[in-house]
Design a protein around this ligand. Structure first.
Ligand code: TZP
Ligand code: MG
Length: 219
């Protein structure tokens, strides 16, 4: 159970498994000056969980940005997760960190953050999914399902293992990679309950409408 306080003092209790749509604010797609507005639009559209991804950005810059975005996400008690850099979570009270296969272990990420928080892991196979659960991840990303310009070097794993992943692993699974409104239904039909959308959301004409459509399809 993940517990966090809404600013009105009420304790909001949610399980990660209730979340359906995970949005990523990726600085490779948008300008730093747009981050707060995009976070607001994601929340208005019903995005359940937001990640800040800033590949190659200096830690101090990510710390400042995380603080700014957290002012927004905390109002609706939407968890904010920092990609790669648990040290940001040691300085800003964000709700989580996300680590890939080549990043810190789950344990090291928790140690660097210095407190109990959500730790997610990227996985690209059933074997990696099982290991991530055994290592104590709170959720996994599973993919890339489809080829994606966001991670052009990664070979897509396709739809075939999604059902088995849900049988093998008890922690929440967020399917990721090339997912958009046009292919979401086949991802759901393949067994997905939760998805990450990055470029599809950030490139949407209306992030609010796009996210609402996706959350309806995942309901
Ligand atoms: N990890 C696996 S695929 C991926 C990440 C970060 C990229 C997802 O981005 P998009 O634009 O939704 O394909
Ligand atoms: Mg990473």
């Amino acid at each position: 159970m993940f517990r966090h306080s809404a600013p009105n003092g009420q304790l909001k209790m949610s399980t990660l498994s209730e979340y359906r749509l995970y949005g990523i604010i990726d600085l490779g797609y948008i300008d730093i000056s747009d981050c707060s507005r995009i976070a607001e639009q994601m929340i208005e559209g019903g995005v359940d969980l937001i990640q800040l991804r800033g590949k190659g950005k200096p830690i101090d810059e990510l710390v400042d940005l995380a603080a700014e975005i957290h002012q927004i996400t905390r109002r609706s008690a939407t968890p904010l997760v920092i990609n790669d850099h648990a040290e940001v979570a040691a300085r800003i009270p964000v709700e989580g960190v996300h680590v890939g296969q080549e990043d810190d272990s789950i344990l090291v990420a928790r140690q660097k953050a210095g407190r109990d928080l959500i730790v997610g892991r990227s996985t690209h196979s059933l074997a990696q999914a099982r290991v991530a659960e055994a290592e104590g991840a709170d959720y996994i990303g599973f993919g890339p399902i489809f080829a994606t310009p966001t991670k052009p070097d990664y070979k897509p794993i396709g739809l075939g293992d999604i059902k088995q992943a849900h049988l093998d692993v008890d922690i929440p699974i967020f399917c990721i990679g090339g997912i958009n409104i046009d292919n979401l239904q086949i991802v759901v039909d393949a067994g997905a309950k939760r998805v990450v959308m990055l470029s599809a959301l950030l490139n949407a004409h209306s992030i609010v409408d796009y996210a609402r459509c996706a959350t309806d399809m995942l309901a």
